[in-house]
Design a binder for this molecule. Structure first.
Ligand code: UD1
Length: 417
C-alpha cells in the first residue's frame, strides 16, 4: 500500500506543465481498435488508468509500444472481443472498449465495470443505446454479451447526457450502416476530442460539443496520429491547490475555456487569474471568501472538481453551499477532512461548509480519485505532517503528482509500505 506524507504550511510558487486529459485518453485509446491499423498518440498521461487501458488492448491482441513522447498502437491483429473480468473490474472506463469492439467486430463480451466507489454507476443508458442500434444483449452470471449481424444507424435520445454512454454510441456507430443521431448528448470537451480523433481517422462525425451529435457510418478507417487535449481537471486541481495554500503559479498547456466555471468561482473567492497564451496564472488572496457551487453536466461546474473546491472552502471566510447533482455519494472526503478540523453538515446532495482558519494534520485515507487529491491539498495547508493512505486511487488519474507539487515548493513524499 502506498501513502503520501505531506508537510503543510508552504506557499506555492513556480510553473507546472499540465498533462494530457485522462478522460480523453481513455476513450481515444479504446477508439484505436476501430482502424485495424496504426494509431500514434501524443500527450497520453502516464497514469494507472491509461496503463490499464493499454493492458486491455494487449489482452485483445493489439500491440502497444511507447516511443519517446508517443504511444504507437497496432490494432491489426485484434483477435478477441472478450474483455477479461479482472481488468474490467479495475476500471469503470473499460466499458467504452465494448463500444469500440462492437463497432469493429459487431461483438463484445464484458462484465459490470469497476472503478471508484462514488455512488451507483449503472450502465443502463449504454445498454439501452446498444439495443437501439440493433445490438442483441444477453447476460449470464454478470457477464454481458453484445452481438449483432449489422449495426444500423438510429436516433438515440439519452435520458441523461452521460459522458460514457455518448462515447460508447459514437464508438459503436462510426462503422455502422447509415446515420446515427444522439439527442441530449454529453457536451464535454473530451467528447469533442474523441470526435476530432475519429474524424482524423476518416470517420464522419459532427456536432460534438453541442447536445446533438450526428455520426455518418463509413466503411473503412485509416492510420492516424493525434495529440490529446490537456487535462482540465488537473489544471483545476493545481489552481485550487494554490488558491488554498497561498502563492502564485503559472500553468502551461491549459485550454482555459474548458475550466471557465472553475475560473469564475476562484475569482469570486478572491483569486486573481490571468489567462495567457496556452496557459493560466493564479495569485492567491490572503484568505479565500466562501462561494457556493452546484455541479452540472458541461458547461456547468464539473463534478470532478466538487471535492477539490469543497476542500478549499473548508478554510474560506464564511459558509459555502456545495450541491452535488451528478453522483450521489461524492461527499466522503468530508468525513476525512473532519478529522483535520473541517466543519460541515450534509443534507442529501447538499453540503454546508463553514470555513475555519486552521486545519490540523492527521492520518487520512483516500476513498476515490478526486476525494483523494482533496486530502493531499488539505494536508498541504494543515499544520504539521499529514499522511494520506490508499493513494492508489490518486495515482489512477494524476501524472507525476508528487514531483509537480515539489517543483512548486510543496513538501510531499511517496511512501511505499
Ligand atoms: C465520466 C468521467 C468522470 C466524470 C463523469 C461526469 C471518464 C472516464 N469519466 O464518467 O470523471 O465524473 O463523466 O462528468 O470520462 N448514469 C446512469 N446510467 C448510465 C450511465 C450513467 O444512470 O448508463 C449516471 C451515473 O450514475 C451518474 C451520471 O449518469 O450519476 C453521470 O455519469 P456519466 O456521465 O456516464 O459518467 P462517466 O462517463 O461514468
Amino acid at each position: 500500500m502506498a501513502s503520501y506524507i505531506i508537510e503543510g504550511g508552504r506557499k506555492l510558487e513556480g510553473e507546472v506543465d499540465i498533462s494530457g486529459a485522462k478522460n480523453s485518453a481513455l476513450p481515444i485509446i479504446a477508439g484505436t481498435i476501430l482502424n485495424g491499423g496504426i494509431s500514434k498518440l501524443y500527450n497520453v498521461p502516464n497514469i494507472h488508468d491509461t496503463k490499464m487501458m493499454f493492458r486491455i488492448l494487449e489482452e485483445l491482441g493489439c500491440k502497444v509500444k511507447k516511443d519517446k513522447n508517443k504511444y504507437i498502437i497496432d490494432s491489426s491483429r485484434l483477435n478477441s472481443c472478450d474483455i477479461p473480468e479482472d481488468l474490467m473490474r479495475e476500471m469503470r472506463s473499460s466499458v467504452i472498449i465494448a463500444g469500440a469492439l462492437i463497432g469493429k467486430n459487431r461483438k463484445a463480451c464484458f462484465s459490470c465495470p469497476g472503478g471508484c466507489d462514488i455512488g451507483s454507476r449503472p450502465i443502463d443508458l449504454h445498454l439501452k443505446a446498444f439495443k437501439e442500434l440493433g445490438i442483441n444483449i444477453s447476460e449470464d452470471s454478470g457477464r454481458i454479451e453484445c452481438s449483432a449481424d449489422n449495426i444500423n444507424g438510429s436516433k438515440i435520445r439519452l435520458d441523461f447526457p452521460s459522458v460514457g454512454a455518448t462515447e460508447n454510441i459514437i464508438l459503436s456507430s462510426v462503422l455502422a450502416e447509415g446515420e446515427t443521431t444522439i439527442i441530449n448528448a454529453a457536451m464535454e470537451p473530451e467528447i469533442v476530442d474523441l470526435q476530432n480523433f475519429l474524424n482524423r481517422m476518416g470517420a464522419k462525425i459532427a456536432g460534438a460539443g453541442s447536445n446533438v451529435i450526428v455520426i455518418n457510418g463509413v466503411k473503412k478507417l485509416k492510420d492516424v496520429s493525434y495529440n490529446i487535449i490537456p487535462d482540465r481537471i488537473e489544471a483545476g486541481t493545481f489552481l485550487c491547490m494554490t488558491a488554498m495554500n497561498g502563492g502564485e503559479v503559472k500553468l502551461n498547456n491549459v485550454i482555459s475555456e474548458h475550466i471557465e466555471p472553475v475560473i469564475q468561482k476562484l475569482e469570486d473567492a478572491g483569486c486573481k487569474l490571468n489567462i495567457i497564451h496556452n496557459g493560466i496564472e493564479l495569485k492567491a488572496p490572503k484568505r479565500l471568501r466562501a462561494v457556493d457551487i452546484k455541479t452540472m453536466p458541461y458547461p456547468g461546474f464539473p463534478t470532478d472538481m466538487q471535492s477539490i473546491f469543497g476542500t478549499i472552502m473548508t478554510v474560506a471566510k464564511g459558509t459555502s453551499i456545495v450541491i452535488e447533482n451528478i453522483f450521489e455519494n461524492r461527499f466522503k472526503y468530508l468525513d476525512e477532512l473532519s478529522r483535520m478540523g473541517a466543519k460541515y453538515t450534509i443534507e442529501g446532495r447538499t453540503a454546508i461548509i463553514k470555513g475555519v482558519r486552521k486545519l490540523n494534520s492527521a492520518n487520512v485515507r483516500a476513498k476515490d480519485l478526486r476525494g483523494g487529491i482533496s486530502l493531499v491539498i488539505a494536508g498541504m495547508y494543515a499544520n504539521g505532517k499529514t499522511k494520506v493512505d490508499n493513494i492508489e486511487y490518486i495515482l489512477r488519474g494524476y501524472d507525476n503528482l508528487d514531483n509537480k507539487i515539489r517543483s512548486l515548493g510543496g513538501r510531499i513524499h511517496l511512501y511505499n509500505e
